[in-house]
Write a new protein. Structure first.
Ligand code: UD1
Length: 418
């Protein structure tokens, strides 16, 4: 595989205003939802990232007609006739598991390879299977996941972990079944609500109860829809953290500040000035940063696990000792040895990283271990005086359209090298 590299010369404070690409974690379930029902779906502001390209390949394989024009993707699923996804397609992206619910909804049958672990952790799918079983699906687990849902009955689904993917799979499987479904202990991530919003636009009846459960009155025919993806809160958070790392001033336009409240609260405690408007965030980080004595990742609205590595990179230069604990994915400290190559003082204590802030990091040759870990290393390199090189940027391309373009717009010295 041809894995590219990034060359970054750090020490330049980032300044400017930026708009953020469409959300990766929202578009992936929405694409899976396009195979439900008839009618052409048009997705606007679709992020141009590798995970989307791989998902569209799965959709073509299933029989969808897919047309892309820039960031607009048109999907005609009227001829979907397959219910099996091969190992190669599914293996490339973890979110192919969302086709389990979508295929059960559309074809009443699904065959997928068993997903393996991935770079950031084991990532089991027991919650997905339990949820779909509660809806009436039957599973045959051998070398593959084979499931059928001839009599999908709806009903009460109770998740024991508020898994984002399991919640989405339960929605996708139940929306066409002529029954009422209540998903208790559902994930509250905004991307789940975007999936619901898209399905409602197609004619589904889905709502959140006051307790946060998701109620689906299934069985409506789903029609065509045009839907515009909202900005990606993790990419927005990455840009803010890059600005903080370089002690810069950056504004994000057309972004709902409340979706990043867990991050902006931490930034304020670190001494960063944060101005939240209706649809805009502006941060300014001129002063030295304070450490974060204790923080743990948590499901939404808690601190997102996807921003844990980028924050860890910033804290390498904060004054004092920070303790960052990862509660969602066990392998999210694979950037620590890379940061140590830059002189960072970090030690792992169980599921926590203990970071002693230093005045400076030294440039180094680094390797991205995974998607968010790669973005975190970019942030680390932006704060080192001198030139660093980061290998394996293909990981970063899974979720960031063009990290060079975005950061250059803010004044960073960053370029892709082969
Ligand atoms: C989604 C996001 C990912 C984010 C994560 C947590 C997408 C495409 N990806 O991943 O970027 O980091 O939410 O916010 O939306 N678990 C089980 N059994 C299951 C399912 C999950 O034990 O069947 C565990 C996982 O190992 C993890 C936790 O539950 O510890 C949360 O996982 P989940 O919410 O399912 O994450 P994803 O949907 O995979």
């Amino acid at each position: 595989m041809d894995l590219g590299s990034l060359e970054i010369t750090g020490g330049v404070p980032l300044h400017g205003e930026i708009c953020i690409q469409g959300s990766k974690n929202a578009v992936l379930p929405i694409l899976a939802a396009c195979i439900l029902g008839e009618g052409v779906c048009i997705i606007e502001n679709c992020p141009q990232i590798r995970d989307v390209a791989d998902t569209l390949e799965i959709m073509r394989y299933l029989g969808c007609r897919v047309q892309c024009a820039g960031k607009t993707v048109q999907i005609d699923a009227s001829r979907v006739d397959a219910f099996e996804i091969g190992g190669e397609e599914a293996g490339r992206i973890r979110s192919s598991v969302l086709f389990l619910g979508a295929l059960l909804g559309r074809m009443k049958k699904a065959v997928l390879p068993l997903p393996g672990g991935c770079a950031i952790g084991e990532r089991p799918i027991d919650q997905h299977i339990a949820a779909l079983r509660q809806l009436g699906a039957r599973f045959y687990l051998e070398e593959k996941i084979t499931a059928d849902a001839v009599n999908l009955r709806g009903g009460r689904v109770c998740l024991s972990i508020p898994s984002v993917g399991a919640t989405e799979n339960a929605i996708l499987a139940s929306v066409l079944a002529p029954a009422e479904t209540l998903i208790e202990h559902a994930a509250r991530e905004p991307e789940v609500d975007e999936l619901c919003g898209f399905l409602v636009k197609r004619g589904a009846q889905i709502s959140r109860t006051a307790e946060g459960d998701i109620r689906i009155l299934g069985g409506n025919k789903l029609g065509p829809a045009r839907y515009r993806m909202k900005p990606d809160r993790i990419v927005a958070g990455t840009c803010l953290l890059a600005a903080v790392a370089t002690r810069g001033t950056v504004a994000i336009r057309d972004f709902p500040c409340r979706e990043l409240e867990a991050l902006t609260e931490v930034l304020r405690d670190m001494g960063v000035s944060v101005v939240c408007g209706e649809n805009r965030i502006e941060i300014s980080a001129g002063r030295p940063l304070c450490a974060v004595p204790y923080l743990e990742t948590a499901p939404y609205p808690g601190f997102p696990t996807d921003l844990q590595s980028p924050l860890t990179a910033v804290l390498c230069r904060a004054r004092g000792e920070s303790r960052i604990c990862e509660t969602i994915f066990e392998n999210r400290f694979r950037i620590v040895p890379e940061l140590q190559k830059m002189g960072a003082k970090i030690r792992i204590d169980g599921r926590c990283a203990v970071i002693k802030g230093l005045p400076a990091l030294t440039p180094a040759k680094l390797a991205a271990p995974d998607l968010r870990g790669g973005a975190a290393l970019v942030i680390a390199a932006l704060q080192a005086n001198g030139t660093s090189v980061i290998r394996n940027t293909e990981y970063i391309e899974r979720g960031y359209e063009d990290i060079c373009r975005d950061l250059r717009l803010l004044g960073a010295k960053i370029r892709q090298v082969v």
